[in-house]
Structure formats: C-alpha cells, structure tokens
Design a protein around this ligand. Structure first.
Ligand code: NAD
Length: 417
C-alpha cells in the first residue's frame, strides 16, 4: 500500500485508531476494526461494441458485518483501486453505525471510465460485475447501491442479472433501484435531503440563517446537484457550483434550476453556463461563503488549501473530502466540519428503508420516507453534537467514537473479542 498521506484507506484507519484509543479498546479489537474482514477481486472480460474484449479490474469489500449484512455503493472510476474501495467500505461501516441501522459496511468498484461506454457497454459491464460477485452478494449478506458514476438503471440491470443467475426475485439484494423494480420514493435525492436536514441543524446551532446564508457546492451530480436544488428551494444563496470541468460563481446566487438543466443537456458539464463567472474547483474551495459543501470526490481539502478556506462551516457530503492534515488546520482555525459519515448518511438510510419495503413488499409515500429520514438523521446529528460538547471532541472524533463503540459492542456480543 502506498505510504502517501493521500491514501484514503490509511486516512480512514487513522480515524479508527483515534476512536479506539479514546474508547480504550484492546489491541485485538483495534486489529479487527482497522481492516476489512473480507475482500474480493475479479477481472471482468467485457465484449465492447467494436467486437474487442476489454478486461476491467473489479472489487468488493465487506468491511465488517457485526451489526448486519454489509451495505455500500458501487463506484465506477478510472482511479478506483482496492485501497479506495477499502476506505469507502470502512466509512460505510461507521456510517451505518452512527445512523443506527442494523447493517455493516461494504463497498465495490470497477476501474473504468464509464464516460467512454455506450449504453449497451454499460449494461454488459453491470451484468459482468454481478456474475463475478453473485456468490458473495445477497440481501442477508452484502447489498450494493449507487455511488459515483453508477445509476438506478445500472442497479436495475444488476438486479436482473442476479435474479437470472439465482432464478428467484430478490429485490432487496441491491438498493437505489428505479421505482418500477422495487425502488423507494425519495432514494434518488436521499443523500441531499439528509444533508439539508444537517445544514438546517448546524445553521441553527451556529446562529446562521438558512435562507440568508451563502453556500458553495463542489460537485454537481446526484448529491451536489441535489443539495444545490434543495438549498435554492429553501431560499439559500448558492454563490458557487462546480463539476469536473470547472465551475461558476455568482455573488447574487446561481440560478440553480437553469444550471441543472444546462448540466443535464451538456453531458454533465457546467463549462459555458452563462449564469455567472467561470471559476476553478480550487477557487470554489477557498471562496468567501458561510457553508462549503464538498460533494464530489475524496481528498479535495488538503493541509495546503485548508489554510485558505474562508467558510465558517464545511458539510462533507462527499466521502472523505478532507485529509487528516486539512482537518487539523480547519479545527485549529475554528472552522466547524460536519463529518461525512454523518452528513451524507441520508443515502444509506433510505437504502435501508428500501430494503425494509422490499422485505414487506409494501411501499411508503414520499412524505413518509422524508419524515422518517429527518427524524433519524436529526437524532444522529444531536447525539454526535452532544458528545462533542460533553467530551470536548471535534464533531468528527465524536462521530467516530459513537460509531466505533457501537460496532465494537456488536463484535463483543458475538464473542469476536
Ligand atoms: P455523481 O457521479 O452523481 O457526481 C459526481 C460529481 O462530481 C459530478 O458533478 C462530477 O462532475 C463531479 N466531479 C468529479 N470529479 C471532480 C473533481 N475532480 N472536481 C470537482 N468535481 C468533480 O456522484 P454522487 O453520487 O453525487 O457522489 C458524490 C460524492 O458523494 C461521492 O464522494 C460519493 O461517494 C458521495 N456519496 C454519494 C451517495 C449517493 O447516494 N449517491 C451517498 C453518500 C455519499
């Protein structure tokens, strides 16, 4: 494994180590909690449209299943490695625990650039992944969901392949599905909706007026685009947005519905959107705003640029956007950071609701989903906030202490240590 401070798995382990030390856990407990319990790797040979076969590396990591079946998304990205998947599976373990869901943590990925694929190629890659890992996926074992570059349509192909292989209906083996094949109302924007509940709570605790505050959002996909839309609908001023190809800023507030339409029409790009000044991703992170929302990829806030962050609050809707070095700088400078494992737990919470509905074969209304999500995530937020106040911890340390303690208690109850 590379020693770089930007290895996301090393950084994920550093948070676990700190929580284990705070909780005074034994060495054996620490050993178990800082590594995945099971890892799988496969090569996927896929016939492309031009008749050639390409071979893709694929991964599935089941980090810890003490609290229930492992759960976590599938990422398709050119930079995907076993270490990024391990880190994401590790974060999922603490995320399901802090959200108090009866689930463990897992994650999967394929090293590929899906932007090069035709629709048919996407489908063949989806089906190849499920054939490779069907043995280790199941509603009571390990349940995938969407993540970066994967969509409800991909979940539907994967479900279909799994049900073809097993010869039975198992809608709960994967979540984030389209409504027509057992998806849940509210799953598509669940991470953003949960993030909105968190922003409401933190704004109120810090004396910020949700509608009057200025927001900057990095990433304009499912999560970033969703939170920008919700903030806009609640009267918040979103002054900067960006996607992979760069962004735009507008002090008066970006017209978010127009930007979303432009992004969708222009192949998921914001370049050329006429509603503001062109702006780089780096400028976005250090622009003057009240709330900065990284909602793209990991490790965008580093020790170097953290010195220049001018937001009062960072709400991490991406997984792992802040390096430990940046965390240290932000804490020292008095910037409040709401950690990813809590801030973006709305997605997995509604994935859990989806599984519950699949099991009962009875489906909830959107207001029911939103009400249940709001209750759960708000409760989790205040548990973390109160522990941080009582023990003088950062919000991240408080979140990890709560989550690691819950997983450790389940391991102990099972007699694992
Ligand atoms: P997505 O693929 O829908 O969108 C990703 C966005 O990030 C796109 O707008 C893309 O242009 C942008 N982007 C990519 N590289 C970038 C870069 N270098 N700089 C700036 N922007 C860049 O993915 P998503 O589902 O919105 O996921 C975003 C983040 O949220 C990820 O960290 C993911 O793990 C996390 N997350 C997603 C969910 C979910 O339910 N989808 C749940 C929890 C956490």
């Amino acid at each position: 494994m590379p020693k770089s401070s930007h290895n996301p798995f090393r950084n994920a382990q550093a948070h676990v180590d700190r929580a284990c030390a705070t909780l005074n856990l034994s060495d054996s407990a620490r050993q178990l909690l800082r590594w995945p319990m099971r890892e799988y790797r496969a090569l996927l040979p896929v016939r492309m449209d031009d008749g050639r076969t390409r071979v893709f590396s694929a991964y599935r990591v089941q980090y810890n299943h003490a609290r229930g079946p492992t759960k976590g998304g599938l990422r398709w990205h050119p930079n995907e490695t076993m270490d990024t998947v391990r880190a994401l599976a590790c974060w999922m373990t603490w995320k399901t625990a802090i959200a108090d869901l009866p689930l463990g943590g897992g994650k999967g990925g394929i090293t590929c650039n899906p932007k090069e694929f035709s629709v048919d190629e996407r489908e063949r890659v989806s089906r190849a992944y499920v054939r490779a890992f069907a043995e280790v996926l199941a509603v009571d074992r390990d349940v995938p969901a969407p993540d970066v570059n994967t969509t409800p349509q991909i979940m539907a192909w994967m479900l279909d392949e799994y049900e073809t292989v097993t010869g039975r209906h198992h809608p709960g083996m994967i979540t984030g599905k389209p409504l027509q094949v057992g998806g849940s109302q509210g799953r598509h924007d669940a991470t953003s909706y949960g993030g909105m509940c968190i922003i409401r709570e933190i704004d109120s605790l810090l004396g910020l007026d949700l509608a009057g505050a200025r927001y900057a959002v990095q990433g304009f996909g499912n999560v970033g685009g969703g939170i920008a839309r919700l903030l806009h609908e609640h009267g918040g001023r979103v002054i900067a947005i960006s996607a992979e190809d760069g962004g735009i800023c507008n002090e008066r507030g970006v017209d978010i519905p127009a930007a979303l339409e432009f992004y969708t029409r222009n192949g998921h790009r914001l370049g050329g959107f006429p509603g503001g000044e062109p702006f780089s991703n780096e400028d976005l992170l250090t622009c003057e705003c009240d709330v900065l929302i990284p909602a793209a990829l990991e490790h965008v806030l580093t020790r170097q640029n953290a010195e220049r962050v001018r937001a009062r609050v960072v709400v991490e809707l991406a997984n792992g956007p802040t390096t430990p070095g940046a965390d240290h700088v932000l804490q020292h400078r008095g910037v409040t950071v709401v950690p990813d494992i809590l801030a973006n737990s709305g997605g997995v919470t509604v994935s859990y609701f989806e599984q519950v509905q699949n099991t009962y074969n009875y489906y909830w209304s959107l207001p029911d989903v939103h009400a249940q999500l709001d209750t759960r995530i708000t409760h989790a937020f205040h548990s973390m906030w109160n522990l941080a106040q009582e023990r003088g911890l950062s919000l991240r340390d408080a979140a990890y202490v709560l989550a690691v303690q819950r997983v450790a208690e389940a391991c102990r109850a099972r007699g694992w240590f």
